[in-house]
Design a protein around this ligand. Sequence first.
Ligand SMILES: [Zn+2]
Length: 117
Amino acid sequence: MHEMTLVQSLLDMAEEELVRRDCKRLLLARVEYGALVGVMPEALHCCFEILTRGTVHENARLELVRLPLRLRCPFCGVSFGEEVQDVLNIPCPVCGEFFGHIVEQGKEMILSRLEAS
Ligand SMILES: [Zn+2]
């Protein structure tokens, strides 16, 4: 399962960080993910709960922040997309070019904050 693997690697990353900072128990993990990553927030929460249950991290909180998709037009260089729902299907707002837009933000998955004790 895709989500299980993702959450496991996030927990591994968190664990490493905890060790580095001499902490034992994870309290909160904030994960920012791009709109194109294609994960289901409910599934991530569910996997997080399963993987932390019965461990020292039980009852830690997973906070998910969805990053809006941002594209850049390769022809005129403008960035756009933040406020648009169906950004993949719109032309460049400046030059009108439909194709070749580069994804500037949308495919990332970042562990942006950890709280631990
Ligand atoms: Zn353009």
